[in-house]
Design a protein around this ligand. Structure first.
Ligand code: ADP
Ligand code: MG
Length: 345
């Protein structure tokens, strides 16, 4: 096809720039929920309540009991590239927070209606509202300590994007996945998920030091009944989790969760280490089912390689691969050994 005759180069209008940028951060209600949960967790929340309507297409609301936002900083929270989490390059490399790019709330403000109500302990509560990039004034309001962010009518000003959203049930399922991943990665948090006025999921704070009770609660009886608990310390690495008995492997990779330093991530090194451990006991194309929590000193892992932080880079990935493989092999061998003892000779 022939290209259009070239038009003069012009800078994009600011509104368009922020809408394009926003589209990279917020794709659907589940991505907004993920960002809001990250913010609540970064704020030191101990309890978080999520309320959704119509799979999040009506609204996504996240309420936390974290540190709150000072009233005078509310407009800044909605500004692009404004963050309280890092101040310089050095901090970027040691960022312990889940977010730090200062983009999420600005993105939401550009493509939806957003309301933030927040209160710092010892201060008065305040509220700000923004819609399609236009910020309203900060107003005083009564509030509990902590923050409540409500996102309504995602993509109301971008009909082409709104059309790409699926049914409320499908969008809800994605939101529920995001919620469960946060529940697995943060066992110390109390979490509730409401959908269309119904309490769908509720996890109390897991008091166990290993976090395995939370794993079992999130993954459900059908998984945990066939799973083996694992806790291992290998050099600087702690590997904990639940791995399925070889007999419980399935054709589909339904349950494969990898959490590194409290982040849910996709990681080939760990996934491959697990597969290698199952190599001798698993037949054909069957997939092991597992949830692994890996903790290691922050200087041994770079968490800033992926914009959405869903990938990490290990300083020594072969050491991680080996550690995971050994840890999983050991529990599998013990389980198979137990079976052999029970079997008639
Ligand atoms: P980032 O998380 O990358 O800093 P965001 O746009 O998600 O960027 O948030 C901007 C800022 O707003 C944060 O740096 C933080 O100071 C503040 N903030 C957002 N959500 C919360 C919350 N739930 N509790 C306390 N502060 C928050
Ligand atoms: Mg954030």
């Amino acid at each position: 096809a022939l290209l259009q005759p070239q038009r003069p180069i012009r800078p994009l209008p600011d509104v368009l720039i922020s809408q394009i940028a926003a589209g990279e951060v917020i794709e659907r209600p589940a991505s907004a929920l993920r960002e809001l949960l990250d913010n609540a967790i970064d704020a030191g929340a101990r309890a978080i309540t999520v309320r959704l309507e119509q799979g999040g297409m009506g609204y996504v609301q996240v309420e936390d009991d974290g540190c709150g936002i000072p009233a005078e900083e509310l407009p800044l929270a909605l500004l692009r590239h404004a963050t309280s989490k890092i101040a310089d390059l050095d901090e970027l490399h040691h960022a312990a927070h889940l977010g730090f790019r200062g983009e999420a709330l600005a993105a939401m403000a550009a493509v939806a209606e957003i309301e933030i109500i927040s209160r710092r302990a010892g201060h008065d509560g305040a509220r700000i509202q923004a819609s399609a990039g236009q910020l309203g004034p900060v107003q005083p309001t009564a509030a509990q300590p902590g923050t409540r962010v409500t996102l309504r009518q995602l993509f109301f000003n971008l009909p082409a994007r709104r059309k790409f959203l699926k049914s409320p049930q499908t969008e809800y399922a994605w939101c529920a996945d995001v919620f469960k991943r946060a529940a697995i990665a943060h066992p110390h948090l109390a979490l509730r998920l409401w959908h269309d006025g119904q309490l769908k999921l509720q996890f109390d704070r897991d008091p166990s030091p290993h976090g395995l009770d939370r794993l079992a609660a999130v993954l459900g009886e059908s998984f945990s009944a066939h799973a083996l608990p694992l806790t291992a310390q290998i050099g600087p690495l702690t590997v904990r989790g639940l791995v399925c008995k070889p007999t419980a492997a399935r054709a589909r990779a339904d349950v494969q969760h990898i959490i590194v330093n409290n982040r849910w991530v996709r990681d080939r090194t760990v996934a491959h280490g697990v597969r290698a451990a199952y190599a001798d006991v698993l037949h054909g194309a069957l997939q092991p089912q597992y949830a692994l929590l890996i903790d290691l000193p922050s200087e041994l892992v770079d968490v800033n390689v992926h914009p959405a932080k869903s990938e990490v880079r290990f300083r020594d990935s072969s050491a991680v691969h080996q550690a995971v493989r050994h840890a999983v092999e050991k529990v599998l061998a013990r389980a198979v050994g137990d079976l052999a003892l029970l079997a008639p000779h």
